[in-house]
Design a binder for this molecule. Sequence first.
Ligand code: MN
Length: 424
Amino acid sequence: MKITANNPERKSWLEVAENSDFPIQNIPFGVFLTKEDITTIGTRIGDYAIDLGALHQLGYFEGIPLTEDMFMQDSLNDFISDGRKTWRLVRNRIADIFDVNNKALQNNTKHKEVVIFEMDEVEMLLPVEIGDYTDFYSSKEHATNVGMMFRDPENALLPNWLHIPVGYHGRASSVVVSGTDIYRPKGQTIPADSKTPIFGASKLLDFELEMAFITTDVNHLGETISIDEAEDYIFGMVVFNDWSARDIQKWEYVPLGPFLGKNFASTVSPWIVTMDALEPFRTKSPKQNPQPLPYLQQKGKHAFDIHLQAAIQPEGEEETVVTNSNFKYMYWTMNQQLVHHTINGCNVRSGDLMGSGTISGPTPDSYGSMLELSWRGSKPVKLNDGSERKFINDNDTVIMRAYCQNDKIRIGFGECKGKILPTK
Ligand code: MN
């Protein structure tokens, strides 16, 4: 089925600012609360939030097999379960409804009143009920930097890294939507040159610049999928800040890996941009050497050219962009991550969230964490207000952004934002 929603020539009758992340070619999916306190599934064009529940009730999705309450829910899980064909039909229809040449809704003031809201009138909620959250470690530059800092510069990558998309199971309960304040975590840390730990607020609080993908139902327990079908199971992507307390992490992570240094919070951007919308930005992923085992081998273009950025905004000051990276630097693709995740028969379900791992580029101004940007605190990062940061201070807001751009369109993700409050 053709993705007619992607037509770059299409214009909407809704006003869209020139540099908007949300032209009519984007049509992301999210969940929001209206000022009447109604939770609904929606999409966004320009700075307008569109109530898909209301559109459906008014008959605008006629001919598409959808349950009556499909969009009147507080999560996208059921819609995502319906599969790629339905996502495509709905996105194509939305593009048609808001096309400048379509007068049906455009000329219906009554309908417009219940369907269209201004973005600042609505409150964005978590778009999916996340059953399980997995975080990978798939940027070679990031894994190399961390290996150099904490282990052996000569053997920065562990022997398994080039063969396995390394990952761990994170915690879904503390994944929050952009705009949610985060309390600085407390915990055990080990002072330098000490053998006994102390307890207190984390002193080395960090962000991790990541993207995450959201799956539909992939496999039943015990079943596996092939690399060629993996893409059919990926609904879309969000910007993802996997907050990390480096000092807590350092003391606890041997032998079972990350735990309380990671699971106090992770922030997602509210709009899920579909893989269909990202299609024009497909590109080649880095060459893999050595060649992975056959179940992970794939041909063609499976990376996406997505510009990434992180900024720090101290209280009452302007923000400073501290890094610019790109999703295409990822050594392991999302397809490889998903196939690997299910190769042992582990079942992945609708609404599961898979983090990429910190995405660092090849140059020091493209590193995806303060750990790397300040090289473990040895090179403080200068902010526009004259202050310096090795890690994140109380009352700092971290803002992440992601967008794709070619000579015809820009498809963006909006912001993934979180403020650090003093420990509770
Ligand atoms: Mn992470």
